[in-house]
Design a protein around this ligand. Structure first.
Ligand code: ISE
Length: 358
């Protein structure tokens, strides 16, 4: 089968990383077009990949030598770009967020459902990380018994100053939103955010760290410590506590050194590319293979929409200090649009969890 010809939109850190992977490590893929708001950056990355730079992202999506699109542009551009992919009927891997608001994400899932096929995959790479896959299997196989609690820790060594409390929810906590849904196979119904003493490195008004508490449909609790200015390391840990045991991942147990200077230890992980590099590559390979068959192999548009809705509730929880319910619209059936709702309604609707699995 011939290579999948891909347009990559947005070649900042993540987009450039993906172009490098698609060019050097992923089988059956060929980056033909690169587009970025900054023309020079697009030219530079395109030259490295043997691709051409196209200034207008919509023109890139509609180019005759493009079979699929990878979107790594800023979130505000996603709505128009994902819609253009759906209009052309080609597969798209969209980095989170699917869009920046609930209504536009919901319109996208309806539009995709009306097409009758899954074209949108959302870039929640943790689902491809071998440790998360093993954790999920433990739960699915029943080895932990009924999972009761999930405890997440999400620490970054540092972030740019625009990472305020709300941004921390939308850009960082969004991963635990997806992890909780993935591991527990159910929707999140409410979010609460506890703010404690902030690190002195946080800008005024930013609560860093915070503890986020999610409740799920069946009443399970998920906690998430989000702390993005530790000054130390990239640390992402997840522990599931079940009725018959618990399991913990993310301990960074790589090389352990004992030396004659009387010290022992390993190396810290500096950032998310080092921690999740392999997961990104697995994600890309599976997406490329699936896109050639005209489908997806990973979290879909519904997962993207649910994450946007939970984060929206999370942002309100940051603002109000209240426990905020999550509002999800009805899940459209493939090939048609949910008849009873054209817009998300307050109150969670029972989703079709079977169909939700990619
Ligand atoms: C970033 O966008 C990511 O996706 C990383 O995985 C996360 O750790 C970081 O906090 C986000 O800003």
């Amino acid at each position: 089968m011939s290579d999948l010809r891909i347009a990559v939109l947005g070649v900042g850190m993540m987009g450039a990383f993906h172009v490098d992977a698609l060019t050097k490590r992923i089988r059956g893929a060929n980056v033909t077009v690169v587009s970025d708001f900054f023309a020079e950056k697009a030219e530079e990355v395109a030259a490295q990949a043997g691709a051409r730079a196209v200034a207008d992202p919509i023109e890139a999506i509609n180019a005759p030598d493009v079979d699929a699109v990878l979107i790594a542009s800023p979130g505000a551009a996603h709505d128009e770009q994902v819609n253009a992919c759906l209009d052309r009927g080609i597969p798209v891997l969209c980095e989170k967020p699917l869009t920046t608001d609930i209504a536009s994400s919901y319109a996208i899932i309806q539009k995709e459902a009306a097409l009758g096929k899954q074209l949108i995959q959302v870039g929640f790479m943790r689902r491809f990380d071998p440790e998360y896959v093993a954790l999920k299997k433990l739960i699915t196989d029943g080895d932990l018994g009924n999972p009761l609690l999930v405890h997440c820790t999400h620490r970054n060594p540092n972030v740019p100053p625009h990472f305020n409390s709300e941004f921390m929810i939308r850009d960082s906590v969004v991963h635990e939103v997806d992890v909780a849904r993935f591991l527990l196979d159910e929707e999140i119904t409410s979010v609460q955010v506890l703010k404690g003493v902030a690190t002195s490195s946080a800008p005024a008004g930013t609560s860093d760290p915070m503890i986020v508490v999610f409740e799920t449909e069946s009443g399970r609790l998920v906690t998430d410590e989000i702390y993005v200015r530790t000054g130390v390391a990239y640390e992402v840990r997840t522990e599931v506590v079940g009725e018959q045991g618990s399991a913990l991942i993310g301990l960074d147990q790589n090389l352990q050194l004992k030396s004659t200077n009387g010290r022992w230890g390993g190396q810290i992980t500096p950032g998310f590319v080092e921690r999740f590099g392999a997961a990104y590559d697995i994600e890309l390979q599976r997406w490329v293979d699936a896109a050639k068959r005209g489908t997806i192999d990973g979290p879909g548009a519904w997962d993207g929409y649910a994450a946007v809705a939970v984060c929206e509730a999370g942002v309100e929880a940051v603002r109000t200090g209240q426990k905020v319910p999550v509002h999800l619209g009805a899940r459209p059936a493939q090939g048609g649009v949910a008849e009873e709702l054209s817009e998300p309604e307050p109150g969670i609707q029972a989703p079709d969890l079977e169909a939700a699995r990619p």
